[in-house]
Design a protein around this ligand. Sequence first.
Ligand SMILES: N[C@@H](CCC(=O)N[C@@H](CS)C(=O)NCC(=O)O)C(=O)O
Length: 233
Amino acid sequence: MTIRLYDLAGSEDERRFSPFCWRIKMALAHKGLTVDATPWRFTEKDAIGFTEQPRVPVIVDTANSDKAVWDSWDIALYLDKTYPETPLFTENSGEAATYFFKAWAERTLHPGVAKQVLLDVYNHLHDKDRDYFRTTREKVFGMSLEDVVATADDALPAFQASLAPMRATLETYAFLGGATPSFADHIAFGAFAWARAVSEKTLLASDDPVYAWRERMLDQYDGFARGTPGYAV
Ligand SMILES: N[C@@H](CCC(=O)N[C@@H](CS)C(=O)NCC(=O)O)C(=O)O
């Protein structure tokens, strides 16, 4: 059972440096599959011409009627489907990957939303919480709440650009969890529900896949989130 892999090489045959090919070599090793890693150079497009695309990794599975697969993500999916032993995607890896997403949400998504809606949060607080919130948050931000949001409009394009990894995922899957929401969706939605509860600000363009996903999330669980107090944004 041998998998032929077209593997980017440098001037020396053995100098293999492609990060995408490395993913697959590690995945094949994880599964204990035998690999014939053929050196390939950028200009050797003819050698992978049968894929009608110009990039490696490409695998040819000699144990499966010479099935050709390319794109490292598709190769990983193919390998798990065809060789399910020692899976690449397991419950635990799902948990760890979600943890990575959580870290991204907390370091990028939350600060981005805060920049937009911090003063709106303040304006929706109970009177007795206002001083506390202002004092603690102004200490964290090192400026007044008003100054934090003064540049929010200028920051909006960068906020929207920061959603690129989510957007790319939601162009392929209905939810971050695939066909149905997973905890990653709940994490991301938390940030948007936060904004929706207090702010009339438009954070997402209506043709943004993230906007459509937010709509789907609002509809989930019999429209649970949509039924809570918030602004229609
Ligand atoms: N989305 C592809 C990206 C693969 C990719 O960009 N491979 C590079 C090598 S690291 C390549 O083959 N480039 C060919 C070129 O630039 O002509 C994947 O995940 O497999």
